[in-house]
Design a protein around this ligand. Structure first.
Ligand SMILES: Cc1ncc(COP(=O)(O)O)c(C=O)c1O
Length: 385
């Protein structure tokens, strides 16, 4: 087995153009050439996040960026509302508690999305809440929450800020930060950007900055006020992951060449084809409201998900993800976030069919591929159809 395919919901494969950029000799991050690159990166990120606000590039993983997005605009003792429904949504409650905040967990069954009316009643009960957190695309369950409706509830019914983990949503779904009134929006380099882990992005709107005072949580590396000041001057406060920033400029250029609508449409089409394919192979989707970043599918009765994932890698060279926590034994997750094309989806479904048959499933040869091809046949996107 020589060929390897990375189809996890992050990290995602790095396009050749970005790999070549990273192969070049390093440049210094205080030089004029880096400043020019940062200026382009800042423009590209604003374009992708659909915001006039500064989108800060931090050298950290997505969790670091979200933690920064939470702690710069809140204070110890604040009441914050954290919408759960999966591993990542629930994680933000953990950050809040670590910083001494009073966390109201909105528990959501894994695989379900949160109903805006439910958030409305939680806000009525906790009128003093200063922040609501949401993971837009819940990578552990494959759910996309109704972000626009939830943002409206937060705006109309409270004085709280709305912080959205867009780590597997930005660059996949249309999440217009300014138009929907999202106060804080976060993303990470190893997801839709298709570059190595190492950069976290956090954008904050005016309402959030007004609360970024000295009286808040103790912070140093993640003090976004200093970072914003430096980045407005096309610098970073500390040494950034320089090579990854260079790759970021390249993939932002690629995204702009493709166009935002085409980017979302490619993700939608790949996701729809994957969903059709896995269902034709006898798996069941966990989510009712599906994210276009990842397909989370329950394996047929008697087929252990860890065995499927292990055989996908050992026999087919394809890395997919398993389920997390209580879904470990019966959930697989196929990532199609980033620079994937129809051929990648066909490859993954063909491999999955082989594995399921090996594990004793009675699957009709080509059933998954046929279902995916039916989706691609009706697609208007010309890329690799
Ligand atoms: C939705 C979501 N939020 C947060 C994270 C955590 O990001 P990181 O592992 O980069 O800290 C992930 C990573 O998979 C994610 O998918």
């Amino acid at each position: 087995m020589h060929k390897r395919y990375l189809m996890a919901p992050g990290p995602t494969p790095v396009p050749e153009r970005a790999r070549l950029v990273m192969a070049r000799q390093l440049i210094h991050h205080r030089g004029g050439d880096f400043k020019e690159i940062m200026a382009e990166v800042r423009r590209g990120l604003k374009w992708l996040f659909q915001t006039e606000s500064e989108v800060l590039t931090l050298t950290c993983s997505g969790t670091g960026a979200f933690e920064a997005g939470m702690i710069n605009f809140t204070s110890p003792g604040d009441t914050i509302i954290c919408i759960g429904g999966g591993k990542f949504g629930e994680r933000w409650g953990g950050v809040g508690r670590a910083y001494g905040m009073n966390v109201v967990d909105v528990e959501v069954e894994w695989g379900e999305h949160v109903d805006p009316s439910r958030l409305e009643s939680v806000l009525e009960k906790h009128g003093d809440a200063t922040l609501v957190t949401l993971t837009a695309s819940e990578t552990s369950t494959g759910v996309i929450h109704p972000v626009e409706e939830l943002a409206k509830v937060v705006r109309d019914k409270s004085k709280a800020l709305f912080a959205v983990d867009g780590i597997t949503a930005v660059g996949v779904h249309d999440i217009p930060m300014d138009q929907w009134g999202i106060d804080v929006l976060v993303a990470g380099s190893q997801k839709a950007f298709g570059i190595p882990p190492g950069l976290g992005f956090v954008a904050a709107g005016q309402r959030a900055w007004e609360r970024a005072g000295d009286e808040g949580h103790p912070r140093f590396y993640f003090d976004l006020r200093r970072e914003r000041k430096r980045q407005k001057d096309n610098q970073t406060a500390f040494t950034p992951a320089i090579s990854v920033v260079l790759a970021l400029r390249e993939v932002l250029t690629m995204m702009q060449e493709e166009g935002k609508e085409a980017l979302w449409e490619r993700h939608r089409r790949n996701a729809e084809a994957t969903r059709a394919g896995v269902q034709a192979l006898g798996l069941r989707l966990l989510a009712k409201r599906c994210s276009d970043a990842v397909t989370a599918a329950l394996t047929p009765k008697g087929i252990a998900a860890p065995e499927v994932a292990a055989a996908m890698l050992a026999d087919q060279g394809v890395t997919i993800a398993g389920g997390q926590k209580h879904l470990r034994e019966n959930l697989i997750r196929i990532g199609h976030i980033g620079f994937f094309e129809a051929s990648d989806i066909r490859m993954a479904l063909g491999a999955l069919e082989q594995v399921l048959r090996k594990l004793g499933c009675d699957v009709e040869p080509g059933a998954g591929l046929a279902a995916a091809q039916a989706v691609f046949a009706t697609s208007s996107n010309p890329v690799n159809d």
